[in-house]
Design a protein around this ligand. Structure first.
Ligand code: GLP
Length: 260
């Protein structure tokens, strides 16, 4: 595990984008796993700048979403397909056919989940997965208690996750109750993972995920077992981490001093 601690979310986005570009540089048709939520926005903004400068190429890039709500009307502005089209695919010049999102429109979300898992395999697997983290330690929509062996499947959302995501909807009751999410085993199959967290409300989850026991009660803790995990944190998200303890088993780069 390599943990980068940076002064602010923009610096997190800048370094993560630089390292994502480097990771994908020599792959002919790279497959990038993309997360939604507010956290990766600076990463996508910096990737967009790097594309405009000509260093980050997306002409053969394929992207796979981590998850999708079940039950929103087609084209709903808050469906993850719409969110990723606006915030990732359009600015980065990735056409709709190269942006893969679980399709709940099929009447059978369980079959749609299996089909999505196959799509990832047929694409050759995910080269690099960008991840955010929920306040309760969820990754994708793998809520506490999710099986570490889980594949893409239909997942009910916890009330705490629905409450956290209510800010995107007119009424709290409008937040869907079901999702399709890549499973924890699906995520762990990615060849490299970039976990991004910013803000003090992620500090407890980050401490438990990185330095606590690997336990299904804290889904993100499984990432400790990934051979190529990079973590990008701002000072607030890292504020409850014991960096001395972390440094006994991880490489810790504290960029805050260097940035001053
Ligand atoms: C959502 C998404 C996750 C995301 C998380 C955190 O529920 N399904 O993929 O990582 O919540 O979101 P944010 O980055 O907005 O805090």
């Amino acid at each position: 595990m390599i943990v980068h601690v940076l002064p602010d979310p923009d610096a997190v986005g800048s370094l993560a984008a630089r390292l994502i570009e480097a990771e994908l540089l020599d792959i002919a048709a790279p497959v990038l796993g993309v997360a939604t939520g507010s956290t990766p926005e600076p990463v996508y903004a910096h990737l967009t700048r790097r594309r405009e400068r000509g260093t980050f190429r997306t002409d053969r890039l394929r992207a796979f979403a981590l998850d999708e709500y079940v039950g929103l009307a087609a084209g709903h502005a808050e469906s993850y397909r719409s969110v990723l089209e606006r915030g990732f695919a359009a600015p980065l010049g990735v056409p709709a056919e190269r942006l893969h999102v679980p399709s709940w429109e099929a009447d059978d979300p369980a079959a749609a989940s299996d089909a999505y898992e196959r799509e990832i395999l047929l694409a050759g697997g995910i080269d690099l997965q960008v991840l955010g983290i929920g306040r309760n330690g969820h990754i994708g929509f793998n809520e506490p208690g999710s099986d570490f062996r889980s594949l893409t499947r239909v997942v009910p959302l916890t009330e705490s996750t629905r409450a956290a995501n209510a800010r995107f909807f007119e009424e709290p009751a409008d937040v869907p109750t079901l999702s399709i999410s890549q499973g924890l085993a699906t995520i762990m199959r990615a060849r490299a993972i970039a976990l991004i967290a910013t803000g003090a409300d992620k500090a407890d989850a980050i401490r438990a995920a990185l330095t606590g026991p690997v336990d299904t009660g804290m889904p993100a803790s499984i990432l400790q077992r990934h051979p190529r995990l990079r973590v990008f944190l701002d000072g607030a998200a890292a504020s409850r981490l014991d960096l001395t303890l972390l440094a006994t088993f991880a490489v810790v780069h504290d960029w805050r001093e260097a940035a001053r």
